[in-house]
Design a binder for this molecule. Structure first.
Ligand SMILES: Nc1ncnc2c1ncn2[C@@H]1O[C@H](COP(=O)(O)OP(=O)(O)O)[C@@H](O)[C@H]1O
Ligand SMILES: [Mg+2]
Length: 263
């Protein structure tokens, strides 16, 4: 199995004054429902530096997904600016947004979102196809990231032949295959049991230690503790933004949890 060190991730500038990889300035978002308008984001400012690992929390309806969709270039702010690795993406057209999304961002969702009639390997290879990577390189990279998440022996399995945790690992591999600058995850452990959730957080912590910037939404405080920083949304605004003190190491927590048979 390839170790994390063997897989090339974007190098990280370790200087304290590293420029932000994400810079959000006074962002508002309105959803226009004809008669009414929903003011989902009400003046959000956030800076995320390379190598950070941020957990976003907040009750249902507080604007977390709206914010993540904007970070992920799936939607634009109604006003304010979003600067992603130095590019003001709030001004870009749909086509350019899609290109940036494919190049710079990896996504992991609660529901895995894998293609069901497609093997693990093919699922992971798909984003490299859009990125116009050469066939040989595509296969190599897809295998590499699947090995990285511990699924080197499951390349030809279909999603239905994999457990929930394994499917989420395929989704993580798919998110990494184009070597993104940032990994965005919206409730990635929402459908998983507690041990499997910690296994997923172990992968996130290892990737983050290799320099990957991660922004994750979760409503579970235990999961948020594995991040380095917790940002709390309420009513479309950031109400708290604090570093995590005494952050647990997911690998150590796993040793204290009973094993589950999985094959
Ligand atoms: N596509 C949409 N159209 C209209 N209103 C929306 C849409 N998406 C979210 N909202 C509203 O925006 C607010 C924030 O929602 P959301 O970002 O999904 O919150 P969270 O992810 O924290 O639960 C809520 O009041 C929600 O009803
Ligand atoms: Mg949500």
């Amino acid at each position: 199995m390839a170790t994390l060190a063997q897989v090339e991730l974007k190098p990280v500038a370790l200087a304290v004054a590293a420029p932000a990889v994400i810079e959000v300035q006074d962002v508002h978002k309105y959803y226009d429902l004809g008669e009414t308008k929903v003011h989902a984001l009400r003046g959000v400012d956030l800076k995320v530096k390379p190598g950070e690992f941020v957990a976003i929390m907040g009750s249902s309806g507080s604007g977390k997904s709206t914010f993540m969709n904007m970070l992920g270039c799936l939607d634009k702010p109604s006003s304010g600016r979003y600067i992603l690795e130095g590019t003001d993406v709030s001004k870009l057209e749909k086509k350019d947004l899609a290109a940036i999304r494919n190049r710079k961002l990896g996504f992991v969702f609660q529901g895995f979102n894998l293609l069901s009639r497609t093997t693990a390997l093919e699922n992971v290879e798909l984003p490299t196809l859009y990125a116009k990577v050469e066939k040989e390189e595509r296969l190599k990279r897809a295998k590499e990231v699947l090995e990285l998440v511990g699924l080197g022996e499951r390349l030809d399995h279909f999603p239905s032949q994999l457990s929930g945790g394994q499917q989420q690992r395929v989704a993580i591999a798919r998110a990494l295959v184009n070597k993104p600058a940032i990994l965005l995850a919206d409730e990635p452990t929402g459908n998983l049991d507690s041990r499997t959730s910690v296994e997923i957080m172990q992968i996130f912590q290892e990737l983050n230690e290799q320099g990957l910037t991660i922004v994750l939404v979760t409503h579970e405080p235990d999961i948020a503790q594995f991040a380095k920083r917790i940002v709390v949304f309420r009513d479309g605004k950031i109400r708290h933004d604090d570093p995590v003190r005494q952050r647990p190491h997911a690998a150590d927590v796993l040793k204290t949890l009973p094993a589950i048979d999985e094959d």
